[in-house]
Design a protein around this ligand. Structure first.
Ligand SMILES: CC(C)[C@H](C(=O)O)[C@@H](O)C(=O)O
Ligand code: SF4
Length: 785
């Protein structure tokens, strides 16, 4: 534990400081990671890298794995094993690969027949794996969810997953402190999802770039842990690396009795609580950015466009892009209106929906289901609703809901009651939208094609999605239900069962109806041309061990003018099912690059000469690479031949991921300078990036502008350094840190089913196979694989 210092510190400062293993003069920090969650999409290449380099997982006792993104949400009654259960080849390969890897590396794993399986961001807190004051990472952008506990939790790319597996550390820098204070009270019918949608509407999707947001104020304090998780979950949609809430009595109450939390009432518990209480920001602590919001200004909120910042109160109308501030925003607005099939001026409540999805790591916890069931109870979904899905976040949430009879309320109303997984949040499994279908969704991203190619997503709270299902249109839940207080505030006192229950799944809604629809969706959502475009001119690393050196890059630069180019647009979800880093060039910008019939879109820049040979992208719109943590985005760019992106600003995870692949993202804030570079790109002339001198030059060698790059990153790029190798040289410091923390915060060393004794008393979580019939009985320690 850090000693008290005189300068007032924020919650973030304290947690960050307590995890520093080493700090360089330039501010590069080796940060210790307490908790690592692993899922099937972003881990295969990391394990492969580990294996190729002959490395082990350093802390299996601090690592927890599950399958969530690819898994079907249909009944598991006939489940024998994952290999026979998942029909789709690529999805199956990813899940089977994870199972092989957890066996090989001895990692605790909740498989499909374990009740504790579910979305990573639901199961971590549920098991007490996520604890206050910890650092938590996962190869997934919504790791920010865990910040609700006062943990510093953030998403990382696959190279960093490999780095954490091998070293339990990450190389990073300090973030800015941002405070979002929501005071007052929430009106009836307004929930935490409305709070965060409202906040993102205010700050924009790049508002939190480079910062960690601390959510505070009386509204936040009054919220349950589940509601706080929904808020922190979407910090990433506000551009922040992480969101945090100071731990308090509500946090401690939630943690009592969780399998991996210190035992309630024990000396260790008391010590932990005392530490957790010390984490709150000191009075007078300084924030770089401050946002104040009055709770009474928030009303049920929905999105209208294809970025999470495009929010409007449900009582509002579809905005008119012609009223937007800049030409760029007008153009983006027009495209969104067209994509979403909307007419400016239409009242939001007049918009008909086709499908309803209640689920995702934002809103699939027991309170979300309780709140939605309260709206649905005794009613039927509207005739125009083709499908309404309830997808619990974990097997335990599902069990709990069934014990409370919520499943019955939903199925009586016409909803499908599904098994746990990410499902229609991003549709890596068969739950997807058909083209042009409109969905009322409790998930967190409304990007183009997110829930299915050409699908249209409106984000909202669980009660609002439930209301939409009943009315058949986007609807104001306040007109349907009498509320005494906000849904989540009341729920704060309802305890949730944290222990595992044995027993099979209950009966499911009739799944036969969905099959045709699913088949249809599937066909339209598949890439039409998936043959990889191999660009041999670009050396590519097959693991993070050793990168090509980056000194100077000369080539054609493709101009792009869009803001918020998200990673779903750089590479859509159907291409994330690979277990390799290569062969993704043909998938780059898939939706923009190809027409629905598979032919090339001649208007897209990379389909025009000379840009087919582009090695650089010059984007004049801010926030390039926002959204998911998928390292597939830089892999696809790299595979196409693009080694550098120049833009006014970047989303943090994409920025990091690029460097890990020997690529150079260059932020240029000076608009005039960026314009000079952009003009060369538009003219189709080559430009040159001179990294040692930090200059961008035209084809004649004249300097167009200078650029900034962090010293350590430059050093690694110029020398082609493998940063895992670098970190491993710090073994003494890491071991010393671990020994100290075992004394100070002993509850963080593997416990319960994560704790296995190896040789010399060293913690080695050896996974033990269990019978397939075992559905999570604690005493059998069902590390099921
Ligand atoms: C697959 C994963 C990399 C991705 C993320 O990081 O967010 C996914 O969870 C998503 O929501 O798009
Ligand atoms: S955002 Fe969606 S896809 Fe990503 S982890 Fe959450 S539920 Fe899964």
């Amino acid at each position: 534990m850090p000693s008290a210092e005189s300068t007032p510190r924020t919650l973030y400062d304290k947690v960050f400081q307590a995890h520093i293993v080493d700090e360089k003069l330039d501010g590069t920090i080796l940060l210790y990671i307490d908790r690592h969650l692993v899922h099937e999409v972003t881990s295969p290449q990391a394990f492969e890298g580990l294996e190729n380099a002959g490395r082990q997982v350093r802390r299996p006792d601090c690592t927890l794995a599950t399958t969530d993104h690819n898994v079907p949400t249909t009944s598991r009654k006939a489940l024998k094993d994952i290999a026979s259960f998942i029909k789709e080849d690529d999805s199956r390969t990813q899940c089977v690969t994870l199972e092989e890897n957890v066996k090989k590396f001895g990692i605790t794993y909740f498989g499909l027949s374990d009740k504790r399986q579910g979305i990573v961001h639901v199961i971590g807190p549920e098991q007490g794996f996520t604890l206050p004051g910890t650092t938590v990472v996962c190869g997934d952008s919504h790791t920010s969810t865990h910040g609700a506990f006062g943990a510093l939790a953030f998403g990382i790319g696959t190279s960093e997953v490999e780095h954490v597996l091998a070293t339990q550390c990450l190389i990073t820098k300090r973030s800015k402190n941002m405070r979002v204070q929501v005071d007052g009270e929430l009106a009836p019918g307004v929930s935490s999802k409305d709070v965060i949608l409202h906040v993102i509407g205010q700050i924009g999707t790049a508002g939190g770039t480079g910062a960690v947001i601390e959510f505070c104020g009386s509204v936040i304090r009054s919220l349950s842990m589940e509601a706080r998780m929904s808020i922190c979950n979407m910090s990433i949609e506000g551009g922040a690396r992480a969101g945090m809430v100071a731990p308090d009595e509500i946090t401690f109450e939630y943690l009592k009795g969780r399998p991996l939390a210190p035992k309630y009432g024990s000396e260790e518990w008391n010590k932990a609580v005392a530490y957790w209480k010390s984490l709150a920001s000191d009075p007078g602590a300084k924030y770089d950015i401050d946002v104040f919001i009055d709770g009474k200004d928030i009303i049920p909120t929905v999105t209208w466009g294809t970025s999470p910042e495009d929010v409007v109160p449900i009582t509002g109308v579809v905005p008119d892009p012609e009223t937007f501030a800049t030409e760029g925003k007008k153009a983006a607005g027009r495209r969104m209106i067209e994509y979403m099939g909307l007419v400016p001026g239409t009242p939001m409540e007049d918009i008909e929906v086709d499908k309803v999805f209640i689920g995702s790591c934002t809103n699939s916890r027991i309170e979300d289901l309780r709140a939605a069931a309260q709206v649905v109870k005794g009613k039927k979904i509207a005739a125009n609703i083709k499908r309404a899905l309830i997808v619990p976040g974990s097997g335990l949430v599902k069990d709990q809901a069934e014990a409370e009879g919520l499943d019955k309320i939903f199925t009586d109303a016409g909803f499908e009651w599904r098994e746990a997984g990410c499902s229609m949040c991003l549709g890596m499994n068969p739950d997807i939208l058909s083209p042009k279908e409109r969905c009322a969704s409790t998930s967190n991203r409304n990007f183009e094609g997110r829930q299915g190619a050409q699908g249209r997503t409106h984000l909202m709270s669980p009660v609002m999605a439930a209301a939409a299902a009943i009315v058949g249109k986007l609807a104001d839940v306040r007109k349907l239900t009498e509320y005494k207080s906000s849904p989540h505030v009341e729920a704060a006192v309802v305890p949730e069962t944290a222990t595992t229950n044995a027993g099979g799944a209950k009966a499911h809604a009739d799944e036969s109806i969905e099959e045709d629809d699913t088949q249809k969706d599937k066909l339209t959502d598949q890439p039409l041309d998936s043959s990889p475009q191999v660009n041999t001119s670009v050396p590519h690393n097959s693991s993070a061990a050793g990168l090509p050196k980056f000194l100077s890059l000369k080539g054609i630069a493709a101009p792009m003018e869009k803001e918020n180019i998200d990673t779903d647009a750089i590479i859509p979800k159907q291409f994330l099912k690979t277990i390799k880093r290569t062969g993704l060039g043909s998938a780059l910008f898939y939706e923009m690059r190809y027409n629905p019939d598979g032919s090339e879109n001649p208007n897209f820049v990379l389909n025009r000469e000379p840009y087919r040979q582009a090695k650089i992208i010059v984007c004049t719109g801010a926030n390039f690479g926002c959204g998911s943590s998928r390292e597939h985005a830089p892999w696809a760019l790299n595979d196409f031949g693009v080694k550098s992106v120049i833009a006014p600003s970047f989303a943090d995870i994409f920025f990091n991921n690029s460097f890990k692949n020997g690529m150079l993202p260059i932020p240029i804030k000076d608009q005039a300078a960026l314009e000079r570079v952009h003009a060369e790109a538009v003219a189709g002339r080559e430009i040159e990036i001179d990294l040692p001198n930090q200059l961008i030059k035209d084809s004649q060698g004249n300097t167009l502008c200078e650029f900034e790059v962090e010293e350590f990153r430059k050093h690694c790029l110029v020398n082609g350094l493998d940063d895992i190798g670098l970190t491993m040289q710090m073994e003494d410091k890491i071991a010393e840190y671990e020994a100290r923390m075992s004394q100070q915060t002993p509850w963080l060393d593997g416990r319960a089913y994560l704790k296995r004794k190896g040789q010399g008393g060293k913690l080695v979580a050896k996974a033990v196979p269990v019978p397939k019939t075992n559905r999570g009985e604690e005493k059998k320690e069902p590390l099921e694989w």
